[in-house]
Design a protein around this ligand. Structure first.
Ligand code: 5RP
Length: 228
């Protein structure tokens, strides 16, 4: 999607934040714009306390003097604004394209409201065209891969399972885990798939965000439309 559309969605989501709020900061190229807009407001006196969902977002927020805290210091947030890889009309998401899904889900679940910002190309009828990121423990990788592959067969996945790579080595998340990208093609029962994946001991978390997103700002050439 064009950077301009990402900016429009991010700017629209600024309407969700008020001075004094505790805010979760998402990860990715769209969330990055939101953090930039928030930083500009902070420079003008806007007060907030924020929890970043990745080391990259933490560094960006620090560079903008956005006050940061952790979920050890505060247990709830008013709102989290984050990007998504796919969103359906039931506000179910696939996230984790940037590899931050675990922290993103912890922060979203600790928020009274999760707001997604994206362009309308992320809106899909059925989730699954984007390969589902699954964060897994490094220990027992082979066994976990086999277990996830078996689940993919049960769910009639149309594609394969790959260990995400970066610079010719396995990609490592901020939490020190690997990511498996599972190409389902279509995910007809996201809740059942979520339950199955979480039953695999080596699966730390997956990128299906179900019942977490309350609102989405989706930008296209005609403007920003709201979902939820
Ligand atoms: C990172 C994410 C991102 O929010 C998602 O990949 C969307 O990123 P972008 O805004 O760059 O398209 O889930 O883990």
């Amino acid at each position: 999607m064009s950077d301009e559309l990402k900016k429009q969605a991010a700017l629209a989501a600024m309407s969700e934040v008020k001075s004094g709020m505790r805010i979760g900061l998402g990860t990715g190229s769209t969330a990055k714009h939101f953090v930039d807009y928030l930083g500009a407001e902070v420079a003008k006196g806007f007060e907030c306390l924020c929890v970043p969902t990745s080391i990259a977002t933490m560094k960006q927020a620090q560079s903008l003097n956005i006050p940061l805290t952790t979920l050890d210091e505060i247990d709830r947030l008013d709102v989290t604004v984050d990007g998504a890889d796919e969103i359906d009309d039931r506000m179910q998401l696939i996230k984790g394209g940037g590899g931050a899904l675990l922290r993103e889900k912890i922060v979203a679940a600790a928020s009274d409201k999760m707001v997604v910002i994206a362009d309308t190309s992320k809106l899909v009828e059925v989730l699954g065209k984007f390969a589902l990121p699954i964060e897994v423990n490094k220990f027992g990788l082979g066994a976990t891969q086999n277990a996830v592959s078996a689940i993919m067969q049960d769910f009639k996945a149309e594609g394969g399972l790959v260990l995400r790579q970066q610079n010719d080595a396995p990609f490592v998340t901020d939490g020190g885990h690997f990511i498996l990208d599972a190409s389902f093609g279509r995910i007809s029962d996201a809740k059942a798939l979520s339950d199955e994946l979480l039953n695999v001991p080596g699966v730390v978390q997956h990128g299906l965000f179900l019942g977490l997103c309350a609102k989405a700002y989706l930008a296209d050439a005609n403007g920003v439309k709201e979902l939820g």
